[in-house]
Design a protein around this ligand. Structure first.
Ligand SMILES: Cc1ncc(COP(=O)(O)O)c(C=O)c1O
Length: 374
């Protein structure tokens, strides 16, 4: 079969299933004045903060645009060390290792820890990067129904492998709900399992910005490892793994997405380090985010989720897309999540709060979304 026919058939299947995606520049709020952005993940508005921009600009002047090599060759700069110290301090963790993205952090961690003797138990709503990391790790994988602690306990109790890694998100990226970290960590401790918590949506948001793991009193616990992204509340780019010094040393030596990947760009590292300092110094910014999130949830008539993401169920992919398109025509951009991004098959509009939004304006858009989704 020629590549043309092959791709045309795949495109037709996507069309029939209502899951066509596009990288449309017109949806970019920085390119189109007046567009209300309820879709991006810049939860604290730091991607635009002059102090964060200045930190990135200073690093550009000093180090240039790219890191030029892997961290284990010549790519490690003082900026990387500074970022790692700031993020570890913010989240209360002993050490931090920065990766070029949250995606590569998750893959690097799970492939460095997994093997055929280790069962990976992944929540059904875990992010694609965690799923890919588990698949690449050569570990057997069990998918646990979302947030089902009873099922998790059974899987851990009945496992036949000596080691186990439980993988959850602190705040889920599409549903917006929170994992019960205290209970999950207790189960893991009892069953001698490691708990990996992806705080992509928790850092800068939960626990006065210090993350849900810190808020649960689990920062520094030996059986709890945190991953994070620098690309959401921290307004930059990149990812990180946070945990013990021994874990960091293991990753520097074995995580393929750390060793065989060019280091995070120094300007992104400097921006994220500055963002960490701002999160620590300005808890009011985090409080403002939560006020906007509450206003959005109330207006959309949905249960308020504890993070920035408020998730409005629509059902069919085509209906979700139609609602998102109408909102866009009204000047509001929202996320439209459809299979395969939603493992339960329910399509959703993802309404994302931001600290710098006017709560009344965000609420008006959420009310309109509710009407269109009905
Ligand atoms: C839960 C979760 N983990 C990891 C990632 C990947 O992070 P990054 O965009 O920095 O690669 C994302 C988002 O994109 C995410 O939502």
């Amino acid at each position: 079969m020629s590549l043309g026919v092959w791709l045309a058939e795949a495109a037709q299947r996507r069309e029939r299933a209502g899951v066509v995606r596009a990288d449309d520049v017109r949806r970019n709020p920085q390119s189109r004045r007046g567009l209300l952005d309820l879709a991006s993940n810049d939860y604290l508005g730091l991607a635009d903060d002059p102090r964060v921009r200045d930190a990135a600009a200073a690093a550009l002047d000093r180090f240039g645009t790219g890191a030029r090599a892997s961290r284990v060759v010549t790519g490690t700069t003082a900026g990387h060390a500074e970022l790692e110290a700031e993020l570890a301090d913010l989240t209360g963790q002993p050490t931090c290792l920065a990766f070029s993205s949250g995606y590569t952090a998750n893959i690097g961690l799970l492939t460095a820890l997994g093997d055929p003797g280790t069962l990976i138990v992944s929540d059904a709503h875990a992010h694609a990067s965690l799923i890919d990391g588990a698949r690449l790790s050569r570990s057997p994988v069990a998918v646990c129904p979302h947030a089902d602690l009873g099922a998790l306990e059974r899987i851990l109790r009945e496992r036949t492998r000596p080691r186990a890694i439980v993988v959850v998100e602190s705040l889920y990226s599409v549903l917006g709900d929170a994992a019960d970290l205290a209970a999950t960590a207790e189960l893991c401790a009892f069953h001698d399992a490691l708990l990996v918590v992806d705080e992509a949506h928790g850092v800068g948001v939960a626990g006065r910005g210090r993350g849900a793991v810190h808020a649960a009193g689990l920062a520094g616990a030996e059986h709890v490892v945190v991953t994070a992204t620098l690309s959401k509340a921290l307004g930059a780019q990149g990812g990180a793994v946070l945990g013990s010094a021994a874990l960091r040393e293991h990753l520097v030596n074995t995580a393929r997405t750390f060793i065989f990947d060019t280091a995070l760009a120094p300007a992104a590292a400097a921006a994220a380090a500055q963002a960490c300092r701002i999160v620590r110094a300005e808890p009011d910014r985090v409080a403002a985010l939560h006020r906007v999130a509450r206003a959005v949830a109330d207006a959309a008539e949905i249960d308020h989720s504890p993070g920035a993401v408020q998730s409005l169920e629509v059902g069919e992919p085509a209906a979700a897309l139609a609602a998102a398109t109408r909102l866009f025509e009204d000047g509001v951009v929202v996320g439209c999540f459809r299979p395969p991004s939603v493992p339960d098959g329910v399509s959703r509009l993802r309404l994302v709060a931001r600290a710098t939004l006017d709560p009344a304006r965000a609420a008006a858009a959420a009310r309109r979304a509710r009407t269109l989704a009905a």
